[in-house]
Design a binder for this molecule. Structure first.
Ligand code: DAT
Ligand code: MG
Length: 139
């Protein structure tokens, strides 16, 4: 069942470079409602669990180091067709392949440090949102 919610993280590079406000502006302008949001930092254990699907990949150690090196903004977003529309808004994983005007095209440095996360399915949106937020933090 489509829940019309997705989960995002503004990753450590985006926070370090001061892009929180600009990216949230794009998210709001695209019609997403913020259901939950916080500044937080993932532990190594958090990142290994969150990205467990990638644990056999060559880039996994650098991904965990990157995602834990500083604070992130975690948020749950609501909109019709949220998962797919948010993936369109952020653009391709590799910013070199991302469409003009997407968040990754504008703010991502590389495929490894790509500024923002977006869930890839309704099921994962629910799992990832629950990983970061309790029910009383969702509005
Ligand atoms: P996405 O974040 O677009 O869903 P993904 O799920 O395939 O992409 O990978 C998760 C993250 O892992 C991605 O945002 C950045 C990192 N990553 C993926 N492929 C990579 C690669 N070839 N080299 C370095 N980092 C990579
Ligand atoms: Mg993914």
């Amino acid at each position: 069942m489509a829940t019309n919610r997705t989960f995002t993280m503004l990753k450590p590079d985006a926070v370090e470079k001061g892009h929180i406000g600009a990216i949230l502006q794009m998210i709001n302008a695209a019609g997403f409602r913020i259901v939950a949001m916080k500044l937080t930092q993932m532990t190594t254990s958090d990142a290994e669990t969150f990205y467990a699907i990638h644990k056999e990949r060559r880039f996994f150690p650098e991904l965990v180091t990157y995602m834990t090196r500083g604070p992130i903004v975690a948020a749950i977003l609501e909109k019709e067709n949220a998962v797919e529309d948010f993936r369109t808004l952020i653009g391709a994983t590799n910013p070199a392949d991302a469409a003009e005007g997407t968040i990754r095209k504008l703010y991502a440095a590389s495929i490894g440090e790509n500024a923002v996360h977006g869930s890839d399915s309704d099921d994962n949106a629910a799992i990832e949102g629950a990983f970061h937020f309790s029910g009383r933090e969702m509005f």
